[in-house]
Design a protein around this ligand. Structure first.
Ligand code: GLN
Length: 374
C-alpha cells in the first residue's frame, strides 16, 4: 500500500494510504459529511465541486456502487477521505467497488485516516483548505503554496449544463435552472409527470419566460451564492412572474435577490439527519443537507421574506416564503438523495401552487395573453 497524506492549511498532516485516482489537482476545501450511507450520491453531488470530502462513518463502500444512485454523470469532488473502504462490497445492486469508481472518474482517495480526529479539528477551527500529497518531502513548500492558493469562484459555470434539454412529460411545464443540479430533483418532477426543461445557469429571465413555464425551479449548486451574480439578477426578474421554488443554492439566490444576506458557516451542514422545525406547523422533519453558506437570519428583517423553517441544531434559516409573490425555498434537500423523505411533499406543494395559479387564471394565462398581443 502506498502512503498518502492530507495536508491542511493550519499545518496539520493526516497520514493514510492511497486509493482511487491519481493526484492531478489535489487542492480543495476540506469538509465532512456525517451520513452513514449515501456515499455514492455524496461523491456525485455537484454541490461538492472543489471540496475534499471526509466521511465520518468509519466504513465506506460496503454496498458498492450501483447504476441508479448517481446524482450527476461526472462527479465533481476533489478528493475523498475515509477511515476504511470496503474492498468486497455486498449488495444485489452492486456493480463496482468504491475504489474502481474513484479510479474511473480520476478522483483521489485517502484511507486509513483518523476521520473523527479530522472532523473534530474542522468543527473546532472551521473548514480549511487542504491538499492531498503522496510524499511529505517538500512539506514546507507545499504548505506555503497551499496557503496562497485561491479556491475557485466560478464553480457553477463548471457544473451547469451548457445547453438546455428536455425531460418530456404531459403535466406542468417546469423550467429547472441548473446551477449544479442533482439528478434527484429532475427525478421528482418526472415522477410527477411534469415536462421539465433544464436550462443553463446563465439563461436570461426573458428567455426563460419565453419557454412559458408554469413554474421555475432553482437548483442546488456549489460555492458561494454571492459568486452567482447574474443568477441573483435573473431570480429578481422572475419573482412575481411565475411560481418559484428554490433548493439550497436556489434558496440562497432567492434570499440575495430579495436583498437579504448570506454568510459562510464555520463548518456547514453535511449529512442525512439534520432536524428542521417548521414554524407554521411545529413539525420537525429530518432532512438531508449539504451547505456551507446560510441565509443570515437578521438580514430578513427589512425584506419581503419570512422564515418558515429553521435548523434545530444551530438555529440557522432553513426555509423561506415570499410574502407578496408565489415563491418559497428550503436550504436542505427535499429530493432526499440520499436521506430521509420527510420533506418530499414540498414538490407536491410546488405543484399545488402551480395548479392554483392556473385555476386563478394567473401567471400562465397572463403570459399567453402577452404572447398573443405581441
Ligand atoms: N447544496 C447546495 O446547493 C449548496 C449551496 C452552497 N454552495 C452552499 O454550500 O451553501
Amino acid at each position: 500500500m502506498c502512503k498518502r497524506y492530507l495536508l491542511l492549511e493550519d499545518g496539520s498532516v493526516f497520514e493514510g494510504y492511497a486509493f482511487g485516482g491519481e493526484l492531478n489537482n489535489p487542492d480543495g476545501e476540506v469538509v465532512f459529511n456525517t451520513g452513514m450511507t449515501g456515499y455514492q450520491e455524496t461523491i456525485s453531488d455537484p454541490s461538492y465541486h472543489g471540496q475534499i470530502v471526509t466521511m465520518t462513518y468509519p466504513l465506506i463502500g460496503n454496498y458498492g456502487i450501483n447504476r441508479d444512485d448517481f446524482e450527476s454523470i461526472q462527479p465533481a469532488i476533489q478528493g475523498l477521505v475515509v477511515k476504511e473502504w470496503a474492498e468486497y462490497p455486498s449488495n444485489f445492486r452492486n456493480e463496482m467497488t468504491l475504489d474502481e469508481l474513484l479510479k474511473l472518474k480520476g478522483i483521489p482517495g485517502i484511507h486509513g485516516v483518523d476521520t473523527r480526529q479530522l472532523t473534530r479539528l474542522i468543527r473546532q477551527f472551521g473548514t480549511m483548505k487542504g491538499r492531498l500529497l503522496d510524499s511529505l518531502d517538500q512539506k514546507e513548500d507545499e504548505l506555503n503554496s497551499l496557503r496562497d492558493i485561491q479556491l475557485p469562484t466560478d464553480q457553477v459555470k463548471k457544473v451547469s449544463t451548457s445547453k438546455p434539454y428536455v425531460a418530456p412529460g404531459r403535466g406542468h411545464r417546469i423550467v429547472l435552472i441548473d446551477y449544479g443540479m442533482k439528478h434527484g430533483i429532475l427525478r421528482e418532477f418526472t415522477r410527477r409527470n411534469c415536462h421539465v426543461t433544464v436550462v443553463p445557469h446563465d439563461m436570461s429571465a426573458e428567455e426563460i419566460m419565453q419557454l412559458q413555464p408554469d413554474g421555475v425551479m432553482l437548483s442546488n449548486g456549489p460555492g458561494d451564492p454571492k459568486n452567482v451574480s447574474e443568477g441573483i439578477e435573473v431570480v429578481r426578474e422572475l419573482l412575481g412572474k411565475t411560481p418559484i421554488f428554490g433548493i439550497c443554492l436556489g434558496h440562497q439566490l432567492i434570499a440575495l435577490a430579495c436583498h437579504a444576506d448570506t454568510v459562510k458557516m464555520k463548518f456547514g451542514h453535511r449529512g442525512v439527519n439534520h432536524p428542521v422545525k417548521d414554524l407554521r406547523t411545529n413539525e420537525v422533519w429530518m432532512t438531508s443537507q449539504n451547505h456551507g453558506y446560510a441565509v443570515e437570519r437578521s438580514s430578513l428583517e427589512n425584506t419581503d421574506l419570512i422564515m418558515t423553517q429553521y435548523a434545530i441544531n444551530d438555529d440557522t434559516v432553513e426555509g423561506l416564503e415570499h410574502e407578496l409573490y408565489n415563491a418559497f425555498s428550503v436550504q436542505y434537500h427535499p429530493e432526499s438523495s440520499p436521506g430521509p423523505q420527510d420533506s418530499n411533499s414540498l414538490f407536491d406543494q410546488f405543484i399545488s401552487r402551480i395548479q392554483s395559479e392556473k385555476d386563478k387564471g394567473g401567471f400562465s394565462c397572463q403570459s399567453e395573453k402577452t404572447l398573443i398581443k405581441s
